[in-house]
Write a protein that binds this ligand. Structure first.
Ligand code: IVH
Length: 660
């Protein structure tokens, strides 16, 4: 390639990185969005002409290629532990006393940071370039979500300057604004409960274009190399992280002594509502790394840090009535209708009561005054009755469905009552909304108002009837015209091309959501194979246990469901899924668990060997484990493997199997 053009490409990348940092990290853009887009187009154009110049850290490379089949498990460089909690000031002072006693003096300081309510993520960089992003998982092993993390604009793909190899840990969050935008476009039964869940859901989707659209954010809070802190103090690390181009929360304080820390936690509690993101407390860390080492760790958490948790926001109001909702699977859920009240920055007028037992436990009757609580969720819960109302009315779950009047059933050992009438309009409506929703069949415009009419007029008695609808019929409905009718018909037509895992998810089988549907499709290759699989066969698929397999069998045993599936096949929906060849190698199809100390290799090396030769390494022993690789001082995993009759091998045998 001509040298001037290469220089131009490099210059554009440098400029774009600079402006991304200004915009996404510092929130201080220097140019307009249009100017930024123009630079990006210029770079993309040049890269198209010189594809050999494209590197993974180029600003054009945030969104990758086709959706993946599943996530790969990845071991952490050092365990991602959690923090001990302090639930009030007394516990916070207890923590401080322990620190003082263990150090034997009071010459220490705390960094106080806001505790963002998201999910933690570890980022590994080599030679300044992002290599891998791994979720916390069980703390030892997480999921490799690199492709998705690359779409988060506040995560630098290349850092400005830093050491050859390092790891950054921090929190992935969704801002309150992005969360509202996301939920506003969703049907009620598809809404996320809170920004934390939606951040987690958005990071763990198989299609990175979805993550990109969700506009997640990342705040860094730990910097390490070789499993150790890189600087003498946490405060310095935070400054350094910021200098390297990471987003670091500016709301932090270096506290000289306990009183300053208490003052910091107190000052943020009433102001948390005004922040653009949700926090659930403050994290205090002993600032000096030398002192951190002196204090050390327990099995679960560092002794040098504590999470001071704010109490959930509460309010008092009156229960005006109790409504019963019928969900997609027929579950009857009592919902308290409240006199509107503000709590945690939002006005609420409803609270879920879960089921009849919960109402009895609370001793709640209509007319009572109650304390409600928002613990991060949009839908609050009733904590307790604070005053009995006059003429209070006891509530009972109705013995017949409030929508179709058919008798309801409460199975033995279950807390929920269910309407089991497959033709119940309420169930039907919820199933259609789920089937048509974004991420499932994507039938644009198929919202509550339309579905209500379709069901009320008897035009749709089953999901399969959607494929019999005519544009003329739709155009006659209220608030519909030819244009909207045509748009919906187009959506229905296009749904025929949606991949099989979405069809499976769309059936609304309890416990079979997006991820499980994807994994089942991967394993079985066709919907019919799943429908006909025995329970043990179902459980051979990843992440499928007895609860899921029973639910699947229950679904495909019911004649009306078989009829539905048959009609969907006739309509032309996708029923097969191409099974990608599993990674080849001598260990293909085998699952290993490693325990104890191996004589000639570290655990990470053993995992790498297994994965490189086609096998899978997981953390816990189950029926699906092919071999347990045991070294010295193997503990409970060995016992479990022996109890389950799983072959136990040593390092030499592993090497032999792997052909190493
Ligand atoms: S430090 C060993 N700092 O809170 C240190 N955690 O309850 C581990 N979190 O898993 C974490 N903001 O997901 C740290 N400024 C902050 C944090 C923070 C949020 C989360 C993180 C962690 C959990 C611990």
């Amino acid at each position: 390639m001509a040298a001037p053009e290469l220089r131009e490409i490099e210059e554009l990348r440098r400029l774009l990185r600079h402006h991304e940092h200004r915009y996404y990290v510092l929130d201080q853009p220097e140019i307009s969005d249009a100017e930024y887009d123009a630079l990006m187009r210029q770079l993309a154009e040049l890269e198209r002409k010189h594809p050999e110049s494209v590197t993974p850290d180029s600003p054009t490379q945030r969104v990758g290629g086709a959706p993946r089949e599943g996530f790969v498990q990845a071991p952490h460089s050092s365990p991602m532990l959690s923090l001990d909690n302090a639930l009030d000031e007394v516990e916070l002072r207890d923590f401080d006393r322990r620190v003082r006693d263990l150090l034997g003096h009071d010459g220490y300081r705390y960094t106080a940071e806001l505790k963002l309510d998201g999910l933690s993520l570890a980022l590994r960089y080599r030679d300044g370039v992002l290599q891998r992003a791994i979720t916390r998982g069980d703390g030892e092993t997480g999921e490799d979500v690199t492709e998705n993390a690359r779409t988060i604009r506040s995560i630098p793909l290349r850092v400005i300057d830093g050491p050859a190899e390092f790891e950054v840990r921090g929190e992935v969050i969704m801002t309150k604004k992005a969360f509202e935008r996301l939920n506003a476009g969703r049907e009620p039964d598809q809404r996320y409960a809170n920004p934390r869940n939606s951040a987690a859901g958005s990071l763990r989707v198989l299609d990175s274009t979805i993550t990109a659209a969700r506009q997640l954010d990342f705040y860094a809070y730990l910097l390490m190399a070789g499993g150790e802190a890189m600087f003498d103090s946490q405060w310095q690390s935070l400054d350094r992280l910021s200098g390297m181009g990471f987003k670091v929360n500016v709301e932090r304080k270096l506290c000289h002594g306990m009183e300053e820390l208490v003052e910091f936690t107190r000052s943020w509690e009433p102001r948390r509502e005004d922040l653009p993101y949700e926090i659930d407390g403050v994290v205090a860390k002993v600032d000096s790394v030398a002192q951190q080492r002196q204090l050390g760790w327990t099995a679960k958490a560092p002794r040098w840090a504590v999470a001071y948790k704010y109490a959930a926001e509460q309010a008092e109001t009156v229960v005006e009535s109790i409504e019963v909702q019928v969900g997609r699977t027929g579950t009857l859920t009592p919902v308290a209708q409240l006199h509107p009240v503000r709590v945690g920055g939002v006005t609420v007028s409803r609270a879920t009561l879960h089921n009849e037992d919960e109402i009895r436990r609370l001793g709640l009757a209509v007319g009572d005054t109650v304390i409600i609580e928002r613990s991060g969720d949009v839908i609050p819960k009733v904590v307790r009755v604070s005053g009995e109302g006059e003429g209070r009315k006891e509530f009972r779950i109705p013995s017949s469905c409030p929508v179709c009047s058919e008798p309801v059933v409460r199975a033995e050992g279950e807390v929920a009552s269910r309407c089991v009438n497959p033709d119940c309009p309420a169930r039907l409506k919820e199933s259609i909304l789920h089937f048509a929703s974004r991420g499932v069949m994507d039938i644009d415009g198929m919202g509550e108002a339309l579905v209500d009419q379709l069901v009320a007029r008897g035009m749709v008695k089953s999901i399969a009837d959607l494929y019999q609808l005519k544009a003329e019929q739709l155009a006659e409905l209220e608030r519909m015209g030819e244009k909207s009718a045509a748009r919906i018909m187009k959506g229905i037509e296009a749904s025929l091309g949606k991949p099989m895992p979405r069809v499976l998810n769309g059936l609304g089988i309890p416990f079979v959501g997006e991820r499980t549907a994807q994994l089942l499709a991967e394993h079985f290759g066709s919907l019919h194979a799943i429908a006909e699989a025995a329970e043990e066969a179902l459980q051979e698929a990843e992440e499928v246990g007895p609860k899921v397999s029973q639910s699947i069998q229950g679904f495909f045993r019911a004649p009306h469901n078989l009829q539905l599936v048959e009609r969907l096949r006739e309509a032309g929906l996708q029923f097969t899924h191409e099974i990608k060849r599993k990674q080849a190698g001598p260990l293909a199809g085998l699952t290993f668990v490693i325990t104890g100390t191996l004589p000639g290799m570290s655990r990470d090396e053993a995992k790498e060997l297994i994965e490189a030769t086609g096998g899978k390494a997981t953390n816990s022993v189950s029926k699906k484990t092919s071999y347990l690789v045991a070294g010295e001082e193997a503990g409970s995993k060995l016992e479990k493997a022996q109890a389950l009759g799983i072959p136990v091998i040593d390092e030499a045998k592993l090497r032999e199997l792997a052909g190493a």
